[in-house]
Design a protein around this ligand. Structure first.
Ligand code: SAH
Length: 397
């Protein structure tokens, strides 16, 4: 049977010559054949030129996700296996993240690895898999088999992102996809530090792997310093600083379970200079200002503040507020670490917010480093929308 064809409206083909993975319904003129949701389709320009091979889902705003750019190469198991092997090649052969049985890294990063809708993380001997595409979720057994063959994990666990079921028309629940259930006290190792990762209950897929190199960058400056790790989750930045010889480290987070993990992590690493405070960072920083407390290093790593343009003004106000407080809490020549995972706020806008807050507080601010996520979270040139995390290190005089 012929593969169904999706034909674009005139003048809508340009992004796909640029190999963009997302075809929105509004760009489509007609569908020839009757693809079921999840089926393979061929994408053509209005003049009939072949553009891509993709997977169809009319429940989603993304009607077709493109994966293949060769007309006679179907999107079968061999095709996906080759893509996954290439993604693993980056992490193992280029980045050398496969450092042993307790290693943790992002194995597949969705669009960034040409696999729109599939995110896989490795945590020691377990893998977590997140599907944000119905078509790939339909193929979950195939992916489990490929991942087993290429990575030999003990188990593969499915994590679902809130709201994604509705966006894709997808019935998916957290749970074991294959193998042995992950232990609740699973430990990973990152740059010689041990972290407990709860794959079944933890945030994101259990740990923020994207901040690995940023934690190293901050730790380099931490010896002999008083550190405040705001939005600490399981203590990533704080533990690195404590290990690097910070005199004190205070971790603040709203989540009790996050702080429990952070405390367990401090114990597991034999680090005793950490303190943990549960509370709202905005209110707590204001309290510290009122108490005239100061710090030498302040890490701000809030969650995503805006998921869409409508939420952007509030998000910007949030970042401004945090920085106004930060300027009051930093000791002379203190180091400010600003992280922002809101993709809609780009690097230059973030720098403007930070700079403005410094000017308003009459403090001189030098930008020392503009950083992004670690390289196992790459960005594809074909889909720059995948760029999200910024981390700016600055010195506040
Ligand atoms: N810095 C962490 C990751 C932070 S994720 C690391 O390196 O691993 C963001 C954290 O912010 C989450 O743990 C969440 O519980 C916390 N959070 C969100 N809103 C908050 C608020 N208003 N006050 C305090 N913590 C908050």
């Amino acid at each position: 049977m012929a593969t169904p064809t999706v034909i674009l409206k005139p003048k809508h083909a340009q992004p796909f010559f640029g190999r963009h993975p997302w075809v929105f319904a509004g760009a489509v003129d007609k569908v020839e054949g009757k693809p079921a949701n999840g089926d393979e389709v061929i994408l053509k320009a209005s003049n009939g030129t072949f553009l891509a091979r993709g997977l169809y889902n009319d429940n989603s705003k993304i009607l077709v996700r493109n994966y293949g750019w060769v007309e006679d190469q179907p999107l079968d198991a061999a095709f996906f296996r080759a893509k996954i092997a290439r993604a693993i090649g980056l992490r193992h052969d280029v980045l050398h993240l496969n450092t042993g049985p307790k290693a943790a890294y992002r194995v597949i990063s969705s669009e960034a690895d040409g696999l729109s809708g599939l995110t896989v993380d490795r945590y020691a001997e377990w893998l977590t898999v997140q599907f944000t595409s119905l078509a790939l979720a339909n193929r979950k057994e195939m992916f489990a088999e490929i991942l087993r063959e290429l990575l030999q994990p003990q188990g593969i666990y499915v994590r679902t992102e809130k709201g994604i079921g509705k966006l894709e028309g997808l019935e998916l629940h957290d749970g074991l996809l294959w193998g042995v259930q992950p232990p609740t006290d699973l430990m990973i190792e990152e740059n010689g530090l041990r972290f407990r990762v709860d794959l079944t209950e933890g945030q994101k897929t259990g740990y923020y792997l994207d901040q690995r190199d940023n934690r190293v960058a901050v730790a380099k400056m931490a010896a002999g310093k008083r550190v405040l790790d705001a939005f600490s989750y399981s203590g990533g930045f704080g533990l690195y600083c404590a290990k690097a010889g910070a005199t004190s480290v205070e971790c603040v987070d709203a989540s009790e379970s996050a702080l429990k993990l952070a405390e367990a992590n401090a114990v597991a690493n034999g680090l005793s200079t950490l303190e943990f405070t549960q509370g709202d960072v905005f209110a707590y920083l204001a309290q510290l200002v009122a108490d005239k407390k100061t710090f030498d290093i302040l890490v701000l790593d809030p969650p995503k503040f805006a998921r869409n343009r409508a939420a952007l003004p509030d998000a910007i106000r949030g970042y401004k507020r945090l920085h106004q407080l930060a300027m009051k809490l930093l000791a002379p020549d203190g180091i400010l670490v600003t992280c922002c995972c809101t993709g809609l706020i780009v690097m230059d806008e973030l720098i403007e917010i930070i700079g403005q807050s410094a000017v308003e507080s009459k403090r001189d601010l030098q930008i020392l480093e503009r950083r992004g996520p670690a390289a196992d979270h790459p960005v594809s040139a074909n889909c720059l929308e995948g760029s999200y995390l910024k981390c700016i290190l600055s010195r506040v005089g």
